[in-house]
Design a protein around this ligand. Structure first.
Ligand SMILES: Cc1cc2nc3c(=O)[nH]c(=O)nc-3n(C[C@H](O)[C@H](O)[C@H](O)COP(=O)(O)O)c2cc1C
Length: 204
């Protein structure tokens, strides 16, 4: 997926269910971002092999994980993307195991990768009350503060019981698109050179 600037957005789908609610929310944010001129890439954690942290502490000496799995392919995308869309459904008041394994592996990553990233959390859930997402959002919020990232927005969608629930909700899709677009625009406003690039036709 691409647009006319070099502002990059990385979408992470933390649900093991392909084409489900998390992916629909992440897609909508990315569509909004592309519409505002960004480049976007999406990764499905359910299709990748990311082993859980072994707590061997090898990374604390080498800044590299002893596990050479699909995290290797994610790291350059994380480094090069100014905006990360972190999507996970609520599973037992927490994130999915796939999402938690991904985040646990940040333990071994050079901390400079995280500083200044803009984070958008996308969290669908079956329950009817946003309160069920409080631990997921709290976890993401605390990690952002700890690692020097900025949590720009949390898109929380209760009552998403069917696989297509998000896609059937124009309200949620539009809200997620708006968040993607406005986050990219805010970067362009802060950096006029990117803003100018966004207003140039593709290929110029
Ligand atoms: C193992 C499992 C645990 C779940 N736990 C919760 C929960 O604690 N609270 C909640 O509101 N929904 C819970 N749900 C429902 C999902 O959050 C909901 O169906 C969500 O829309 C799934 O997103 P997806 O389509 O991207 O997989 C759970 C679903 C599964 C499969």
């Amino acid at each position: 997926m691409s647009g006319p600037t070099d502002t990059r957005v990385l979408g992470i789908v933390g649900s093991p269910r392909k084409d489900g609610n998390t992916e629909a929310l992440v897609d909508a944010v990315l569509e909004g971002a592309i519409g505002a001129g960004a480049l976007a890439e999406k990764k499905l954690l359910g299709s990748l092999t990311i082993g859980p942290c072994k707590a061997c502490n090898g990374c604390q000496k080498t800044h590299e994980c002893v596990q050479q799995d699909d995290m290797v392919e994610l790291l350059p995308l994380m480094r090069d993307s100014e905006i990360w869309v972190l999507g996970t459904p609520v599973y037992w008041w927490g994130p999915t195991s796939q999402f938690k394994a991904f985040v646990d592996r940040w333990y071994g990553v050079d901390p400079r990768i995280f500083r200044g990233k803009r984070i958008i959390a996308a969290v669908p859930m079956g329950g009817g009350n946003e309160h069920y997402a409080r631990h997921v959002i709290g976890m993401i919020e605390d990690i952002c503060n700890y690692l020097g990232m900025e949590l720009i927005a949390s898109i929380i969608t209760p009552g998403m019981n069917g696989k297509d629930s998000v896609r059937q909700s124009r309200l949620h899709i539009d809200a997620a698109r708006d968040v993607g677009a406005s986050t990219v625009r805010s970067i362009h406003e802060r950096d006029p050179s990117l803003h100018r690039a966004a207003n140039q036709p593709v290929g110029s």
